[in-house]
Design a protein around this ligand. Structure first.
Ligand code: SF4
Length: 368
């Protein structure tokens, strides 16, 4: 039976058919897709949409992750990375260490992006970030600064007793070019109350992202699923992002990734016993393509938590971006995840194996 016939005879057929005709699934439709076991059928439709836009091109970026401090006072129950301020393993990189890491990565790998993320460290003033960003931009002008989650921006604002808009504005002047989507997790406060009760609310995350967009700072949107959320919560998360994107157009990419429970409080207290694995990843990638197609330009596959084989499959299920090389990643590696950095040539090889054309991009998804 052809894919069109299979789709039309499936109980989610009309939703997939509408999506193939350019009509976004409604929130109810999205819930039905999430509840469906027809993952491969959903993926077929999502793959068609992705190939219509990108052919068989898959982008990736040479980048490093600069986890500048693991000191954090927010104690998220899903996090294996942070340490309290007085802990023996607590660290904060100095400006010269940051410079040295970026210099080495530029010289060795020709990186195009530094992804800067760390804990909520109350000892760090805004000048720390300003000096780091302006040093990177002035010394390595081809390296984009993609930095600080909305919750880190909120922490800096609280330390400086000023607004998040003012913090974003100063950091942009210093060299910040785009904002990663971390800190969203699931944009439902009932979920946040369980997994990260001290972190910013869902509305705060959306407000800070809107502020960033208003200043001309584009962003990624992420979703960390696979812990205590329901499918309805995922719908709420995805459509909160739809509504903001319809207003601002500031999101460049959507990146779903699954919660890794190892070494976290959520695992220790028995709330989550295992990760969700690859099949769920494919479902999330495919539904993201159906929901965001034509609205958020790029859907990124997640090799970081599910490995390179699943990321290859995700390209057929609606993703068009393979993400970054992530040299120096220290957050997910604390959970013992399989591999937390790749070289440029391994990504290229993996994309070619999947039958796609690997294309390097910059921080703003321009092909190089
Ligand atoms: S996820 Fe971020 S804010 Fe939460 S504990 Fe870890 S480092 Fe701190």
């Amino acid at each position: 039976m052809s894919i069109t016939k299979q789709i039309l005879t499936s109980d989610i057929g009309h939703i997939l058919d509408d999506a193939l005709q350019g009509r976004r699934p409604s929130e109810d439709d999205c819930l039905r897709l999430l509840e469906s076991d027809d993952i491969h059928m959903i993926g077929e439709a999502a793959g068609v949409l992705a190939r219509r836009r990108f052919g068989k091109t898959a982008t990736y970026i040479n980048n490093i992750i600069l986890n500048y401090t693991n000191v954090c006072v927010t104690d998220c129950k899903f996090c294996a990375f942070y340490r309290p301020p007085t802990h023996a393993e607590a660290y904060t990189l100095t400006l010269s260490q940051i410079r040295a890491r970026v210099k080495t990565a530029w010289e060795m790998f020709g990186i195009r992006q530094v992804l800067i993320q760390g804990g909520h460290n109350p000892a760090l003033r805004i000048e720390y970030y300003e000096e780091a960003f302006s040093a990177i931009r002035s010394e390595f002008p081809q390296v984009g600064v993609h930095g600080l989650s909305a919750s880190e921006i909120d922490m800096i604002a609280r330390v400086e007793k000023t607004s998040t808009l003012e913090v974003l504005s100063r950091l942009k002047d210093a060299g910040l070019q785009s904002v990663p989507g971390a800190g969203a997790e699931i944009l439902v406060d009932g979920v946040k109350d369980i997994i990260s009760p001290k972190k910013i609310s869902s509305n705060d995350w959306l407000r800070i992202m809107e502020e960033a967009h208003s200043l001309g700072l584009p962003a990624s949107a992420t979703m960390m699923y696979g812990h205590v959320e329901s499918y309805q919560d995922i719908v709420e998360h995805m459509y909160s992002i739809v509504r903001l994107q319809e207003k601002t157009g500031g999101f460049m990419a959507f990146v779903p990734w699954n919660f890794e429970p190892n070494n976290t409080l959520l695992q220790a207290d028995g709330t989550v016993t295992h990760g969700t694995g690859g099949l769920r990843l494919l479902k999330m990638i495919a539904i993201a393509r159906l929901v965001y197609d034509g609205l958020i330009p790029h859907i990124q596959s997640s090799w970081l938590t599910n490995g390179i084989g699943m990321a290859q499959m995700a390209l057929a299920y609606g993703a068009n971006d393979f993400g970054g090389t992530l040299i120096g990643e220290e957050v997910v590696s604390c959970t013992g995840a399989r591999s937390t950095e790749l070289t440029d040539s391994r990504i290229k090889g993996a994309v070619l194996q999947a039958g796609y054309v690997p294309t390097e991009r910059d921080n703003f998804y321009n092909m190089l």
